[in-house]
Design a protein around this ligand. Structure first.
Ligand SMILES: CC(C)(COP(=O)(O)OP(=O)(O)OC[C@H]1O[C@@H](n2cnc3c(N)ncnc32)[C@H](O)[C@@H]1OP(=O)(O)O)[C@@H](O)C(=O)NCCC(=O)NCCS
Length: 186
């Protein structure tokens, strides 16, 4: 079975960004994202109603790192590591099958500037070569065209389309599963 060790926490860098550990100072940024219906439009999770809700999200992220169960990074400008643009991570890991799940979310002012497209290759390199994952999946709402586009640009392929498999907010939602294998890239 796969085991991972997230201590010391892996700080990664791309041309424009630093991926660092999420800290309690990021709670206002997390709140701005998670309380914004536009950001959460395709994410079947509750909107944060208060900063305390966002703090609970931070605590969950932090515990996952402490437990070596999965990780989210805060996205910061490369030269301003305390800045906060959003989060990206391999936030869920199926250890038996060496498979990780990729997720990402940005504050709207940073959309469509190539942020996530620049970061996915760095995360895939880390996921396959450092964490030793065999495959990485991403699950999206079929209407989330920006998310589909970044995945396809990064080498993910559509692998499944689940019809109405997710009951959220009184509706049954479809889900599209994308994946990439290590051997697709390296
Ligand atoms: C999805 C998200 C992370 C994308 O990140 P990003 O850094 O803005 O993405 P990029 O700028 O790297 O690339 C976006 C691509 O989608 C395209 N795109 C954006 N909106 C689109 C739309 N409505 N229809 C079709 N393509 C669209 C852009 O043109 C770009 O493609 P291009 O490089 O070929 O021009 C961002 O939109 C976001 O945070 N959304 C809210 C949270 C969310 O939905 N997260 C994903 C959950 S699965």
């Amino acid at each position: 079975m796969l085991e991972i060790n997230l201590t010391p926490f892996p700080v990664l860098k791309s041309d424009r960004f630093t991926l660092r550990r999420v800290t309690r100072d990021d709670v206002p940024g997390i709140y701005n994202m998670r309380s914004n219906p536009e950001v959460m439009r395709f994410i079947p999770r509750p909107l944060s109603q208060t900063p305390a809700d966002a703090e609970a999200v931070f605590n969950m992220m932090d515990e996952k790192i402490e437990q070596n169960a999965g990780l989210n990074w805060a996205i910061a400008l490369r030269e301003q590591p305390e800045s906060f643009l959003g989060v990206i991570g391999i936030f869920r890991i199926d250890f038996d099958n060496y498979r990780g799940e990729l997720g990402y979310m940005l504050l709207p002012e940073h959309w469509n500037k190539g942020v996530v497209s620049e970061l996915i290759p760095i995360i895939l390199q880390f996921g396959f070569k450092t964490l030793n994952l065999h495959s990485i999946e991403a699950i999206i709402d079929p209407g989330n065209h920006a998310s589909r586009r970044v995945l396809e640009k990064s080498g993910f392929r559509q692998e499944a389309y689940f019809r109405e498999n997710c009951f959220w907010d009184g509706q049954f939602l479809d889900a599209v599963v994308f994946s990439v294998l290590e051997k697709d890239l390296f």
